[in-house]
Unconditional design. Structure first.
Length: 149
């Protein structure tokens, strides 16, 4: 295995690890949303119900990220397999052609480097963590609200 192929493999593995982490975070966000919803309707106070509505909004945003992370996990797994037989540029080109055919990217995004794509995955993970923190704060506020109601 030459150095370029090894570098591509490790970069793709890192991206897949980030996507796995994002998946866990987003699923945790949804679990927190259900806990918050249950807490709000158990306590039956208007502030808690309002917080549960905020929790549902955060969960809805998180659902979009869950879909993105799930699709990207599969795409990066396919890219790993494609680079077994193709070089990095050809693998990325094939991925871009497929995404263009599906209408999932526009022409301006085609041709991005692997590093740019990994930075995008890192951004997805950061967004997932941000929503998870927000969700936990909403659930904690609902619990605090219920404790003093």
């Amino acid at each position: 295995m030459n150095e370029s192929v090894a570098s591509t493999y490790f970069t793709l593995s890192a991206a897949r690890g980030l996507l796995d982490a994002a998946l866990i975070v987003v699923l945790g966000t949804h679990v927190a949303a259900w806990l918050g919803l249950g807490l709000a309707f158990t306590l039956l106070s208007w502030p808690c119900i309002a917080l549960s509505v905020a929790s549902v909004v955060v969960a809805s945003l998180s659902l979009w990220l869950l879909i993105r992370v799930t699709v990207d996990r599969r795409l990066f797994a396919a890219l790993v397999h494609a680079t077994d037989t193709l070089n990095e540029a050809d693998g990325l080109g094939a991925l871009d052609r497929a995404l263009l055919q599906l209408g999932w990217i526009d022409q301006a995004k085609a041709g991005r480097s692997l590093d740019a794509r990994v930075r995008g995955v890192t951004r997805l993970l950061r967004q997932s963590v941000g929503l998870a923190v927000l969700q936990l704060l909403v659930v904690a506020a609902a619990a605090w609200c219920g404790a003093f109601a």
